[in-house]
Design a protein around this ligand. Structure first.
Ligand code: NAP
Length: 241
């Protein structure tokens, strides 16, 4: 009975994670959404009987804390621990901004949601003693997080988002080492889903969500201990930092 936690699941890649995970009745799934009152019709349509929809605004420390406590209330009575945590929620609100036109509030919002969100989600779930000894943590990154790939991209784009995802990559390197002291079997990775047709990826993207997430779940579920701290593409190939 593996337990999966995914953030940002009302649409896009998060929704596709839940659709694929919910097709297996043995999976227990905590599907986190920014706001419970919002329209969750698509998510409810793909959810299985063992899918629990919970609120977690990953830009709010208070909301993440409340989410971790709500997760404990669901998992503790059955002595369940989290086997897979997918930090998926993220924003890219100002992709036209370059390094010469960064707007402070936009960059701060991206650091809050894209970096602090995954950091505090891990911290508070650990605090609630909910992470299994061999937990696999996937932080959703981007090719734009790679220093090598970013340097070669023309036309230049999304400087703030790229900076926040590079910071997420560094967060994962720290999490991989810090968590190993408490959970010796932990594997923390960052993975680039490829360029996928979602609201963020746009209609011009190359991949359908089914293909991207199918590949990602294969990589995630096949991770070995020595993959801790690595940067993957959804194909399973390693990405340059
Ligand atoms: N699509 C691509 O080509 C691509 C490429 C590289 C990396 N990625 C990464 O893949 C992940 C998913 O992207 P996507 O394409 O599915 O993006 P998307 O279509 O824009 O969906 C983003 C999801 O994150 C949620 N979210 C945003 N801010 C949140 C917050 N503060 N609290 C909780 N949830 C929040 C959104 O919920 P709301 O509806 O409430 O806003 C939505 O469910 C992201 O980490 C993204 O950076 C995507």
């Amino acid at each position: 009975m593996p337990v999966y936690v995914v953030t940002g699941t009302n649409r896009g890649l998060g929704l596709e994670f839940i659709r694929q995970l919910a097709s297996s009745p043995s999976n227990t799934i905590l599907a986190a959404v920014r706001s419970l009152p919002s329209d969750l019709g698509e998510l409810r349509a793909v959810a299985s009987p063992t899918t629990h929809i919970l609120e977690c605004d990953t830009s709010s420390i208070t909301s993440i804390h409340t989410f971790a406590k709500a997760a404990a209330q669901i998992l503790n009575p059955s002595n369940l621990k989290i086997d897979f945590l997918i930090n998926n929620a993220a924003i890219n609100p100002a992709s036209w901004q370059s390094s010469l036109t960064l707007v402070p509030d936009d960059l701060t919002a991206q650091i809050n949601t894209n970096v602090l969100g995954p950091a505090k989600t891990v911290e508070f779930l650990l605090e609630q003693n909910l992470l299994s000894e061999n937990v696999r943590i996937l932080n959703m990154t981007s090719g734009l997080a790679s220093l090598k790939i970013s340097a070669e991209i023309k036309p230049r784009k999304a400087a703030g988002y790229s900076i926040s995802k590079a910071a997420l990559n560094m967060l994962a390197v720290h999490q991989a080492e810090d968590l190993k002291e408490k959970l010796p079997g932990v594997v923390v990775i960052v993975m680039d889903p490829g360029w996928v047709k979602t609201r963020m990826g746009g209609n011009g993207a190359i991949l359908e969500p089914e293909e991207s997430i199918g590949g990602m779940l294969k990589v995630l579920e096949g991770l070995k201990g020595d993959d801790n701290g690595k940067f993957f593409h959804n194909s399973g190939e390693e990405r340059p930092w």
